[in-house]
Ligand binder design. Structure first.
Ligand code: TMP
Length: 210
């Protein structure tokens, strides 16, 4: 029997601000469902009742005194809950999991953006996740200025959206470096062309997975 029929895959979607993550998450969800996959769609930080409370604290623009280690640990606290309550049970039941951001975002934002040592993040990753890693991570990639312009048209900025161009350049650079180091686990999708072209690129990746 084809393994992919019985065994779910863990797919994560990443990118800097304004790359079209929400629109493309909806496209991936619809595509996988139409392909007959039993799918759990979730997000980080969040995805559980407790995780969503932690998300509200993490994104609150008024939390200006939060130190970098607190931010890092709250991300992993939310992730521990998410893995236990949602991700691991779904994968164990053979379902597919589509997650809007995961630990690559921690390497990119807390590691690249904030400057926390990657080795410390790797320690927490191993502690909280054991050997669990996504099967595939799609990185939607756009030059930072273009993304910020798109994102800027939206409502009140959250705590991360208040960061400057330089921060997001480091975030983007970290995503691209991780993809280059492990090309079989990542697909970098150029998010600059039309939505139709971006979704054609995404579809080509999904077709290879199902
Ligand atoms: P978003 O899901 O609307 O993109 O917002 C989540 C924000 O949280 C986004 O700015 C990236 C940030 N984030 C981190 O800094 N580290 C993480 O580990 C995760 C999952 C998200």
């Amino acid at each position: 029997m084809n393994d992919s029929i019985t065994t779910g895959k863990f797919i994560t979607v990443e990118g800097t601000e304004g790359v079209g993550k929400s629109t493309n998450m909806a496209f991936i969800e619809a595509w996988l469902k139409q392909a007959g996959k039993e799918l759990v769609v979730t997000r980080e930080p969040g995805g559980t009742e407790l995780g969503e409370k932690l998300r509200a604290v993490l994104l609150d623009a008024k939390e200006q005194s939060m130190c970098d280690d607190t931010e890092l640990l709250l991300m992993f606290a939310a992730r521990a809950q998410h893995l236990q309550e949602v991700i691991q049970p779904a994968l164990a039941a053979g379902k597919w999991v589509l997650c809007d951001r995961f630990t690559d975002a921690t390497y990119a934002y807390q590691g690249g953006g904030r400057g926390i040592k990657m080795s410390r993040i790797a320690q927490l990753e191993q502690w909280v996740q054991g050997d669990l890693r996504p099967d595939m991570t799609l990185i939607l990639d756009l030059p930072v200025a273009a993304g910020l312009e798109r994102a800027g048209k939206r409502s009140e900025p959250d705590r991360f959206e208040l960061e400057k161009h330089d921060f997001f350049n480091k975030v983007r650079g970290t995503y691209l470096a991780r993809a280059a180091a492990l090309p079989e686990r990542y697909q970098v999708i150029d998010a600059a062309p039309s939505i139709t072209e971006v979704q054609q690129s995404i579809q080509r990746v999904l077709e290879k997975m199902v």
